[in-house]
Design a protein around this ligand. Sequence first.
Ligand SMILES: CC(C)(COP(=O)(O)OP(=O)(O)OC[C@H]1O[C@@H](n2cnc3c(N)ncnc32)[C@H](O)[C@@H]1OP(=O)(O)O)[C@@H](O)C(=O)NCCC(=O)NCCS
Length: 129
Amino acid sequence: MCDTPKGQLLSRTLAMPSDCNPNMQIFGGWIMSQLDLAGGILAKEISGGKIVTISVSSIEFKKPVNIGDVVCVYGECVKIGRTSMSMELEVWVKPINDDGIKERYKVCNATFHYVAIDSEGRPRAINKS
Ligand SMILES: CC(C)(COP(=O)(O)OP(=O)(O)OC[C@H]1O[C@@H](n2cnc3c(N)ncnc32)[C@H](O)[C@@H]1OP(=O)(O)O)[C@@H](O)C(=O)NCCC(=O)NCCS
């Protein structure tokens, strides 16, 4: 197993009790939201303007996330089309609790797709230079 995150660190936050599912582990929808925000930041930077999420082609939750974990999203742009961008994203957690800081591990990977849009919400060509 690869033990290094792929891509750059895009976001970091703390998993809170309010983000839990009924099993008292972190809700998958909250993790998807963190992925979408992080990929969206990268898409805005690459396209230099407004973007929207158009699709998610894959997502895999490999391990649960627990309250108090530091949740980090890493990622990279793997494709830039005329108006669209594809991001491979990974979520890693670093548990910090009474026993101290534990080694980080990957909990999720996903591929998100974004489209650059203009002020009317229409697809906008990305300047690749
Ligand atoms: C995103 C949106 C502007 C695209 O408009 P559209 O007229 O359907 O756009 P097009 O068919 O010209 O496709 C635009 C690009 O998206 C790509 N695309 C279309 N469907 C796709 C899909 N399901 N997955 C990935 N890429 C897709 C196209 O290949 C094209 O890429 P390219 O220009 O790099 O070749 C429009 O569908 C939209 O507003 N969707 C709602 C977005 C939204 O509300 N997201 C949630 C909140 S952010």
